[in-house]
Design a protein around this ligand. Structure first.
Ligand SMILES: NC(=O)c1ccc[n+]([C@@H]2O[C@H](COP(=O)([O-])OP(=O)(O)OC[C@H]3O[C@@H](n4cnc5c(N)ncnc54)[C@H](OP(=O)(O)O)[C@@H]3O)[C@@H](O)[C@H]2O)c1
Length: 293
């Protein structure tokens, strides 16, 4: 050894060059890429934070409750309250030496009949699932434009396959997919690439946070809504584990040419291909059976 520090190679196979005259911790902070996760306190976002720390990224979480991982920096924000989301992203982006990516993972779902659903509920859902993502992108782009970067929007297979009594969720995720495609077109010249990740049912606490209308509010839809919601919950709790989805997200962040959209898991990839190949009425009939509708 000649006493000189040799560049390390991180998991993304990129050489990490040492900076003269700084202690090792500060140096490491500066060269590691920073990823902001919106919604990293639980489920898929939490597992993504864990995976990214293992791959030597700085991870910052923005949500209402903190991500409990020691190496994650937390900023509290409620997407639905004022401009707290924008302020948190801006603060992180101004401080980060090597800002690289935004992973928008926050999401919310509800089960209610279209006829009786209240506007405050579906507007809240759209704020969390869609407008929050749009606002996050608008805030981070001026910072990412300097060096390029990545944006991942966590969508759902529900963006392709409708869910009865939760068309609010399906349509918010379909809008998110289109936002990803449009944003990618606009931002690719700045080397900012945007991908929507479409997990199928994933076993997280998401299932139990769903706002489900009660019998009185559901009236004549009550029996069908109950059956469909139970089928959805079973599909989620028997589906992917959050770590599998997190691996897809971490892999996309390391790609030179990330895809426009990516389904997680072999079965979901197959459903997606089948949906593209089958006549729409057959695909939707099969979907109806799967969700017990
Ligand atoms: N689980 C599934 O079956 C499944 C399937 C397909 C797609 N997805 C999508 O995957 C993403 C992650 O879901 P998950 O399963 O990991 O659920 P989760 O464990 O409930 O995670 C949701 C995350 O969103 C954050 N969040 C929700 N509302 C927020 C608000 N108003 N302000 C700030 N943060 C908010 C939560 O943080 P706080 O509560 O701490 O604020 C949490 O970190 C969602 O976009 C979901 O639609 C899930």
């Amino acid at each position: 050894m000649n006493g000189m520090e040799t560049p390390r190679i991180n998991e993304d196979k990129q050489a990490v060059l040492p900076v003269q005259g700084e202690d090792a911790t500060v140096r490491a902070e500066k060269v590691r890429k920073t990823v902001i996760i919106v919604g990293g306190s639980s489920g898929i976002g939490y597992e993504t934070a864990l995976k990214l720390i293992g791959r030597n990224y700085n991870v910052v979480n923005i949500s209402r409750t903190p991500c409990p991982l020691e190496r994650v920096k937390n900023y509290a924000a409620d997407i639905t309250v004022g401009a707290t989301l924008e302020k948190a992203i801006q603060t992180v982006a101004e401080k980060a030496a090597n800002l690289y990516a935004l992973v928008y993972c926050a999401g919310f779902s509800m089960a209610a009949p279209l006829e009786y659903a209240e506007s405050k509920d579906y507007r809240y859902l759209f704020e969390v699932n869609y407008f929050g993502a749009l606002r996050a992108i608008k805030t981070i782009v001026p910072f990412l434009k300097k060096k390029g970067g990545r944006i991942i929007l966590v969508s759902s297979m529900a963006s392709v396959f409708p869910i009865a009594f939760d068309c609010f969720y399906s349509s918010s995720k379909a809008a998110l997919d289109m936002l990803a495609k449009g944003a990618d077109l606009e931002l690719a010249p700045f080397n900012i690439r945007v991908t929507s990740v479409q997990p199928g049912g994933t076993s997280t606490s998401f299932t139990f946070k769903r706002k489900v209308y009660g019998e009185e509010e559901n009236r004549e839809y009550s029996h069908r809504l109950h059956k469909a919601t139970a089928a959805l919950a079973n599909m989620e709790q028997g589906g992917l584990n959050a770590g599998e989805v997190a691996s897809c997200i971490a892999n996309i962040l390391a790609m030179k040419r990330p895809p426009y959209s990516l389904q997680c898991g072999k079965r979901n990839k197959l459903y997606s291909v089948a949906h593209r190949l089958l006549p729409e009425n057959i695909s939707l009939f099969l979907n109806k059976k799967a969700y017990n509708q």
